[in-house]
Write a protein that binds this ligand. Structure first.
Ligand code: TRP
Length: 430
């Protein structure tokens, strides 16, 4: 039984707001606590370069977003949490994919098309001020996903087209070079609340109507006091429908608390009191996380260490896989020509780790030789994370790690020490 892999990225070009929390951070952290899935969450900082040319902002945003996710309960022991730019293989894979995806497909990407339409409407050249980075956005995103052979990608509706394109790229690549990629599926988060912003429209940086997730208490209160309401006076019955304040309360409260609040609306609660209640309800949930957040922000080295550990785990998958892909497309060491000639399309020509889950519910991996023979098998691990750490250690330290891990590894009969050492070396140097 193989385990389902979920993957999602967060672009590091801004400061997280309450809308991000309700729509993305909170549901993703909850989903990551399910033991049935293996989750990869990453900071999409290569993508951020498309959106901003301010280096300090990229660095600050990476710090803030990482600290936000961690303080909201993302557990780096359960989730592979990393920074996109630490996985250099991703940019190489993006190039491979750009060679199998049609330019016409990218012409149809919503973000690119919107930019073109805007230029045309302004009477400018269609491609004025549009970078190739923006045009290639879906390819980079495809590389993020396919690098880890994710099955499911939780995204908002606006990103579904990108996942379709990633499927397309996987399909084209597999068609040419053999079956390497899983075709990912979008998981659309429809039943998470979308939060209204200060002006009642969806909370979004582009509407300039946001409440920063970790605004200090006083600022949070001030911003909530600024939410638009109608001009009904205290004592007058108020409608919950279309009320930004009510929706905001609902996104944080239990159904029974919400029902009481609804009754208070009908009874003519004063807007000032309603605002106070919203503030208190939100602050109750956010306050404990806010203090964790502040302490993390003040210790960037702690976050750096966590991200580096995540990168090590992610690269334990990415590095051997990228080797396999390089071979597949014909970027091969010249002296392995003979071997390569006998390699069928789709077969790995370098050793690879394969991860899987058994009926006992435990997590395993095996190391396959370039010719597809099992060289070693692990014993069961309690979590995918533990299996990942062991693979990372093996691919970094090579044969020297074997002795220390002997309790966790079963070397296949017929695998010589030499063969194993060579295979590990190939993983290591790759
Ligand atoms: N494009 C996504 C967004 O703006 C972020 C992202 C980058 C992403 N790479 C990804 C999401 C891969 C899912 C999978 O929201």
């Amino acid at each position: 039984m193989s385990m389902e892999r979920f993957l999602t990225g967060i672009t590091t070009s801004g400061t997280p707001h309450l809308g991000n929390y309700v729509g993305s951070i909170r549901p993703s952290v909850r989903a990551s606590l399910q033991s049935e899935v293996q989750s990869f969450y990453f900071l999409a900082d290569y993508h951020a370069l498309i959106k901003t040319a301010d280096p300090a902002r990229i660095q600050r945003s990476t710090l803030e977003i990482a600290a936000s996710w961690l303080s909201c309960g993302l557990d780096p022991e359960r989730v592979v949490f990393y920074r996109q730019s630490d996985i250099v293989e991703i940019s190489e894979l993006a190039w491979f994919l750009s060679c199998v995806v049609g330019k016409g497909v990218l012409n149809r990407a919503h973000a690119y098309k919107a930019a073109v339409d805007k230029n045309c409407a302004a009477g400018m050249d269609a491609d004025a001020d549009i970078s190739v980075g923006l045009f290639m956005y879906p390819v980079l995103m495809g590389a993020d996903i396919l690098m880890f052979n994710a099955h499911k990608v939780p995204v908002g509706r606006d990103q579904v087209q990108h996942i379709e394109m990633a499927r397309d790229m996987a399909h084209s690549f597999n068609h040419r070079y053999g079956s390497h990629f899983i075709e990912p599926k979008a998981v659309i988060e429809d039943n998470v609340a979308t939060l209204p912003g200060l002006d009642g429209r969806k909370m979004s940086k582009s509407y300039d109507n946001i409440i920063p997730l970790f605004a200090p208490r006083e600022q949070l209160q001030k911003l909530i006091n600024g939410i638009v309401t109608d001009s009904k006076t205290p004592g007058e019955a108020k409608t919950t429908e279309g009320s930004a304040l009510f929706q905001m309360y609902q996104a944080f409260a239990t159904p029974s608390q919400t029902a009481i609040f609804q009754q208070d609306f009908a009874n003519g609660i004063a807007w000032s009191e309603a605002k106070q209640r919203v503030f208190e309800r939100i602050d109750q949930e956010i306050a404990p996380m806010r203090s964790t957040y502040l302490s993390l922000i003040q210790n960037p080295d702690r976050i750096e260490t966590i991200l580096k550990a995540g990168a090590t785990q992610a690269r334990a998958v990415a590095t051997p896989f990228m080797n396999q892909l390089r071979h597949a497309v014909g970027l091969r060491p010249l002296q392995t020509q003979g071997m390569a000639g006998t390699t069928k399309a789709g077969k790995a020509a370098t050793p690879v780790f394969k991860q899987y889950r058994e009926k006992d519910g435990r997590f395993y991996f095996k190391l396959m030789s370039a010719q597809g023979r099992m060289l070693l098998q692990s014993t069961g691990f309690d979590s995918p994370h533990d299996a990942g750490k062991t693979m990372a250690l093996l691919s970094q330290t090579g044969a020297d790690a074997l002795v220390g891990l002997s309790n966790h590894l079963l070397i296949s009969p017929g695998t010589s020490d030499h063969e194993l050492a060579m295979a590990l070396k190939q993983l290591q140097t790759s």
